[in-house]
Unconditional design. Structure first.
Length: 119
């Protein structure tokens, strides 16, 4: 079992930055790919970024490409999401999730952290 806990959310003005963290406990994250997702009020959950086990490969949603950067520190069992040039439409609850690399599915989810971007 892997427990995931997101942190780092908050309120920021448009154009600002936040860094989210996804800390794992229970088992090492080393064997899992990790995805970030977000869900805005009244909307479906959407994919943000996937980072491979090694951190060497990332896939971004077009809406965040060039503004968000995912990274991971496997020694710290933590994955990060650096969010720059934030827009009001980035407002959502952000979740991290871990799954077997290549499976396309996620077995473990965090509880989410709220990001609010004011205009």
């Amino acid at each position: 079992q892997v427990q995931l806990a997101e942190s780092g959310g908050g309120l920021v003005q448009a154009g600002g930055s936040l860094r989210l963290s996804c800390a794992a406990s229970g088992r090492t994250l080393l064997t899992y790919a990790v995805g970030w997702f977000r869900q805005a009020p009244g909307k479906e959950r959407e994919f943000v970024v996937l980072i491979s086990r090694s951190g060497g490969t990332t896939y971004y949603a077009d809406s965040v490409k060039g503004r968000f950067t995912a990274s991971r520190d496997n020694a710290k069992n933590t994955v990060y999401l650096q969010m720059n040039s934030l827009k009001p439409e980035d407002t959502a609850v952000y979740y991290c999730a871990a799954g077997e690399q290549g499976s396309g599915s996620y077995d473990y989810w965090g509880q989410g952290t709220q990001v609010t971007v004011s205009s």
